[in-house]
Design a protein around this ligand. Structure first.
Ligand code: SF4
Ligand code: SF4
Length: 181
């Protein structure tokens, strides 16, 4: 996939491969997934690619990034596989490897969690401001400006002072990071 060798990608997907060893390729996960139509390869196909060591094909697609962690596939998989967790591990691997095509998703996720960590909930203004700053692209905010104004007019987004916060969930996040190693 260009930036990173398949061997390095395989290292990062070892745990996921272990988790899906007993997949029988029934396709229930694909049929259950509400985001399937936005994925370039289906969940069932993705598991097959990982089982046959084609991690490069998986990371060339954006399927796992489209996963919204709804847990339908996990609940319905006849083999009881933890597919939502597997999707999360793939997202984490893409972030860790700093793959260029996932940079935007990673920055969005980090800005979102940073706001939750500080306030105990997401503060939209701060979250989006930090996201735009991290993107280092002055044009991007303009693309969201009309949507932001519409949401404010409907009272869906409050004009709060960005930044500040007491780090309400910092200890919790730290503990989870410790537990996850
Ligand atoms: S539902 Fe489970 S067993 Fe069926 S294809 Fe998906 S992962 Fe494999
Ligand atoms: S958890 Fe993700 S992959 Fe599974 S059904 Fe929901 S959106 Fe699809």
């Amino acid at each position: 996939m260009g930036q990173v060798s398949n061997e390095r990608l395989l290292e990062q997907t070892e745990t996921v491969k272990e988790m899906i060893q007993t997949c029988i390729q029934c396709g229930t996960c694909t049929a259950s997934c509400p985001n399937n139509e936005f994925m370039d390869i289906t969940p069932r196909h993705m598991w097959r690619l990982l089982l046959t060591d084609h991690a490069d094909a998986v990371f060339s697609s954006k399927s796992f990034i489209m996963c919204s962690s709804c847990y339908y596939c996990t609940l319905r998989c006849p083999r009881g596989l933890e597919l939502t967790h597997a999707m999360s591990l793939l997202k984490q691997a893409a972030s860790k490897l700093k793959l260029k095509q996932f940079q935007r998703s990673s920055l969005f996720y980090e800005a979102f969690l940073d706001s939750v960590k500080k306030h105990g909930r997401v503060r939209e203004m701060e979250f989006m401001t930090n996201y735009f700053i991290s993107m280092k692209n002055p044009v991007i905010p303009f693309a969201y400006a009309s949507l932001g104004l519409k949401l404010m007019a409907k009272g869906k987004v409050r004009p709060e002072f960005p930044f500040g916060g007491k780090g309400k969930l910092t200890a919790l996040f730290k503990k989870v990071a410790e537990l996850e190693g």
